[in-house]
Design a protein around this ligand. Structure first.
Ligand code: NAP
Length: 370
């Protein structure tokens, strides 16, 4: 069973050749040249030992590096691109972010009929590229924000930047129960109904969680599955009223209230064949037969590489500073989107933060002579 996520992932890989100019070649055959600034009048604060290091590592410093290409990162790229900053985006492991795994987005302003999440992000990516944003596939493993230039490491490569926008989003939370990891990715456990739902045609599936995501996943799965059991640890849904009502009214969906998932059952050959749940009140256990388990219990922010250099809260979300939503304690470093927002977590709020971060970065660069 293949995961649909790889099939749907954005594939506009870009290659870059840096010299006095940057040549960008996308797989779509779009060739572009833009001026590349080499230390152009930018006032670098003195950091002991840095200049010698700089020459041996790289002769170029990016104006602005945006880490993450979800709603926040791509919106930041549109704004930074239009400000002629030629932003470099690091794509991460899920180009386009969480929305690429969503089906219909009904609440993004400007689309009265709704829009497919993947399509929305593809549009946004094209919009960013149109204004000179450059894309590089990679995952930032560590950073050094102790002085200018800011340093980001992806594999063997070190990227130097005057300003950075961290827009790394959040990843699905897992339960950590036996069987979950063993059957993840093609053997019955998944976090994405949009990607994998079609593989469960005429089968019984379960969705774990009680929020909007769980409801959305459950409703989407009714298109394929014969039955959807919604396993929730309490007896009321956290989801918005409209979603909760729609979910509970659906004839294919049945709730398993006060039920805690304790184990995913199956065999290595045939994959998942059920889940074991425990009654939260009585402690009694039972097995729910199913072929698919869709985890929808919230998200964990993707902030690990930045947690030392920036402030994070107890859950790992990046904390802004200075009375701003997007500034951090490090000059020139900004945050945007779900990696720094555990309250709203909407595509539109992430886009708004991306816009703010790009405007702040642009101002910061202007103030420092770039
Ligand atoms: P969420 O609102 O945080 O809900 C997570 C759910 O998982 C809760 O019901 C929670 O139970 C349950 N849960 C968490 N940890 C658990 C554990 N260890 N074991 C069992 N259950 C666990 O997350 P979300 O549904 O992903 O939504 C995130 C945000 O995105 C929300 O603001 C939501 O409104 C928004 N969103 C909107 C839409 C839409 O408008 N179409 C779609 C998706 C998401 P408790 O309820 O007991 O805490």
């Amino acid at each position: 069973m293949a995961s649909g996520r790889t099939l749907r992932s954005l594939t506009l890989a870009a290659t870059f050749t840096f010299s006095a100019t940057v040549q960008i070649e996308t797989s779509a055959g779009d060739h572009r040249k833009s001026a590349f600034l080499l230390h152009s009048g930018f006032a670098l604060p003195a950091v002991s030992g840095l200049s010698g290091e700089l020459h041996s590592m790289s002769s170029s410093i990016e104006n602005i590096v945006i880490v993450g290409t979800g709603s926040a990162g791509l919106t930041a790229a549109v704004y930074a691109g239009r400000a002629n900053l030629s932003p470099l985006l690091i794509e991460g492991t899920l180009p386009g972010g969480q929305l690429t795994t969503t089906s219909e987005v009904e609440n993004f302003p400007g689309f009265p009929e709704g829009i497919d999440g993947f399509q929305l992000m593809d549009n946004l990516r094209k919009q960013a590229a149109k204004f000179g944003a450059r894309f590089e596939q990679g995952r930032i493993g560590s950073v050094d924000f102790s002085g200018q230039p800011l340093k980001l490491r992806t594999g063997e490569r070190e990227i130097l930047a005057r300003s950075v926008i961290v827009a790394t989003g959040a990843s699905p939370r897992m339960m950590g129960v036996p069987g979950e990891k063993e059957y993840f990715g093609g053997k019955g456990v998944t976090t994405c109904a949009t990607c994998d739902g079609a593989f469960y045609r005429n089968m019984d599936v379960v969705v774990v969680g009680g929020g909007d995501s769980a409801c959305e996943e459950a409703l989407f799965l009714t298109r394929f599955a014969s039955s959807v059991t919604l396993i929730h640890r309490r007896d009321t849904l956290r989801a918005s009223r409209i979603m909760a009502e729609r979910t509970l009214a659906h004839p294919k969906i049945r709730p398993a209230w006060n039920s805690i998932l304790t184990e995913v059952l199956g065999s290595p050959e045939a994959g998942v064949n059920g889940v074991r749940v425990k009654d939260a009140k009585t402690g009694a256990g039972r097995v729910i037969p199913c072929k698919g388990v869709f985890m929808a219990i919230g998200h964990v922010p993707n902030t690990e590489p930045f947690a030392q250099a920036l402030d994070v809260d107890a859950s790992g979300y990046l904390l802004p500073a200075g009375g701003s939503q997007v500034k951090t304690k490090v000059p020139g470093v900004f945050v945007a989107g779900d990696c720094a927002d555990h309250i709203y977590r909407q595509a539109i709020t992430a886009a708004g933060m991306g816009c703010q971060a790009a405007i702040e970065a642009e101002r910061w660069l202007a103030e420092h002579g770039a």
